[in-house]
Write a protein that binds this ligand. Sequence first.
Ligand SMILES: Cc1cc2nc3c(=O)[nH]c(=O)nc-3n(C[C@H](O)[C@H](O)[C@H](O)COP(=O)(O)OP(=O)(O)OC[C@H]3O[C@@H](n4cnc5c(N)ncnc54)[C@H](O)[C@@H]3O)c2cc1C
Length: 345
Amino acid sequence: MLSIQRNVALDTLNTMGFSATAEYFTRITEVAQLPLLCEYCKEHELELLLLGGGSNLVLGDSVFGMVAQIDLKGWETTRLDDDRSQLRIAAGENWHAAVDRMLEEGLFGLENLALIPGTVGAAPVQNIGAYGVELKDRLLEVEVYDRTQACFSSLSCSDCHFSYRDSVFKSIEAERYIITAVTFVLQHQFKPVLAYSGLHELTDKADLTARDVFDQVCSIRSSKLPDPKVLGNAGSFFKNPIVSAEQLQQLKQHFPDLVAYPDQGQFKLAAGWMIDRCGWKGKREGQMGVYERQALVLYNAGGGTRAQLEVLMTKIQRSVQQRFGVWLEPEPRFYPAVHTACHLT
Ligand SMILES: Cc1cc2nc3c(=O)[nH]c(=O)nc-3n(C[C@H](O)[C@H](O)[C@H](O)COP(=O)(O)OP(=O)(O)OC[C@H]3O[C@@H](n4cnc5c(N)ncnc54)[C@H](O)[C@@H]3O)c2cc1C
């Protein structure tokens, strides 16, 4: 059974804190509701927006069509051998609470991804990553309802085409799959990943535990990122642009202190550093602003609108393009979609 409501306010269901109204809204608590949902949308010619925690979305004032909040719950562990267990988590579980529970149960490997807002089901969409670990590093498979084939199925890690903040769910076949559960393979023996600055200082700690890494990640994140409950935001607003070694070398001739990280044979430029160098850090335009402790974060001081955000975003994109010749792509999904501003030549 589907329970469908009309004209539902989404203000508290998106971390940007924008005022938005869904034309139709439903909450999915059982997988059996998904075929019904898709049939309903088809029959009534409604676009479908899947909603988790709303922490990677920029909503317009009116969200036409159906918004379906995925609220599926469940947790299942299977021991594979002495070293590893398989963990299947339903899509509607809270991501941070899930990482916390993994540690309680002695399952290690995702502690670096503590305190990322949102749901387990949305985590594969942009292959969440932080502090040297990406979701894909520990993922076995993703269970889905396939809207094209009208059937349940599962995708292996390679089927998901994961890359930096991207996957089949975000770009290649964006509207095709509804994620119902995610399965990880986790270790019983804790193997720390400490290469990232901020965690490196834990290297010499005696009897280092996964909980120490979890706590350190939470502490660094809390000191650098605003809490969406206090200040509306969607985390890092722009992706770090990826350039070739040759492009980096050219840029370094003009900007010797440009911050860049090696990334699978290419280089990721620190977008926050470039925005900061363009003088945006701490700047405020109306109700929208650039966070004073992290220039990658754009925030809503209260009462801000998507239109104001788009103006600020475009100004930042243009100034970074003019100074560094690089175009910054936003990380969150705009719904309804936005026509991105033209690149300056
Ligand atoms: C303060 C802050 C810090 C953040 N830090 C990080 C970080 O360090 N690393 C990082 O990678 N991200 C980060 N993010 C971004 C965000 O938390 C993640 O992208 C998260 O996975 C989004 O989860 P959500 O449930 O809120 O998704 P939503 O915002 O609800 O949805 C995001 C996208 O996924 C789709 N979607 C949602 N659920 C499903 C489903 N079940 N099946 C298919 N599609 C679905 C939606 O339609 C939408 O396109 C941060 C955000 C904030 C606010």
